[in-house]
Design a protein around this ligand. Sequence first.
Ligand code: PLP
Length: 369
Amino acid sequence: MKVPFVDLHAQYKRMQAEIDAAIADVLQRTAFIGGGTVKAWEAAFGEWLGRDHVIACGNGTDSLEILLAAFGIGPGDEVIVPAHSWISTAECVNMVGATPIFVDTIDGLYTIDPALIEAKITPATKAIIPVHLCGLPAEMDPIMALAEQHKLVVIEDCAQAHGARYKGKKVGTIGHAASFSFYPGKNLGAYGDAGSMATNDKAIALRARKIANHGQLTKHAHEFPGRNSRLDGLQAAILLAKLPHLDQWTAERQAHGALYRELLEPLGVHPTQVPDHMSHVYHLFMIQVANRDEVQTNLKAAGISTGVHYPTPLPLLQAYSSGGHHASDFPSVSAYTPKILSLPIYPEMSRDMIEYVVEQLKIALHVPV
Ligand SMILES: *Cc1c(COP(=O)(O)O)cnc(C)c1O
């Protein structure tokens, strides 16, 4: 049996008629940039999320960066980010000329440790970017409390967590603004790069919209130098066609997650913990195994693709070597990153595939069968 890490083709096949019709419609109307489809996407996503303003943009890295700029964050400012994420979460801070300040993450949850944030707050701190990594919400209540106390902006990085809930609230509706990526492999994926920002703050929404469109709201009325970060009509049409299916896909991911948990129980491989006040949307199904590289190689030989998200804590990447960080400054993430392994998970997976992955994992771990 072959088990790919994700299977975007299976999802396309499942809704080919809808996707093909949506694309054909854009081609007929030659509405390639902007226009009604992009507006319709912003309205539909805002409705689904429960936010007043959605601004579409080029990708989920731009959306973080544009939001930081919209909040006026720039040179001399510091922004608190988790030590464990995809690089975009920290990179966006550098791109606006500010400095990312890394905070260690919690073993087993993989999100920023709220108890360690306050010690990193200085007079230069302007914002916190919690990441709902793997699809599990960060512990938002203490983060929002600290933000209120120190007058900081909270921008949620929801790139891996479309539809996840914290105390019943969808992620992306708790902070001051939220960033979403629709990179093809995300839980809601376009067929190219795509992103969106969401907020209830009208002034921030307006500013973000101008920044993403050369500092203008109407043609040739450039109020300041902005940039070009647009969602194209084809991607908007694809996202619009897919959005009504997202909740169903999430339920399927959650069913697969539950089956994995049940079957993995005797193996002691530490699937991500899910606190009662959170729902996990399983962008990634992460486990921990001591002999990770060997396990990954053996699974590969058995036709199973896995991933490591991510092998190196952000502050220890070469990109941040000038910060002079040491693994001992981030003991939690440094201790668990050599052990983490992401197993295949996507809505169209079959029960047989999950059973096969677990069987092969038992063999790779030398667990008697
Ligand atoms: C994918 C991702 C991003 C960036 O999204 P792109 O659309 O690829 O630019 C940002 N943050 C996290 C946590 C991600 O997983």
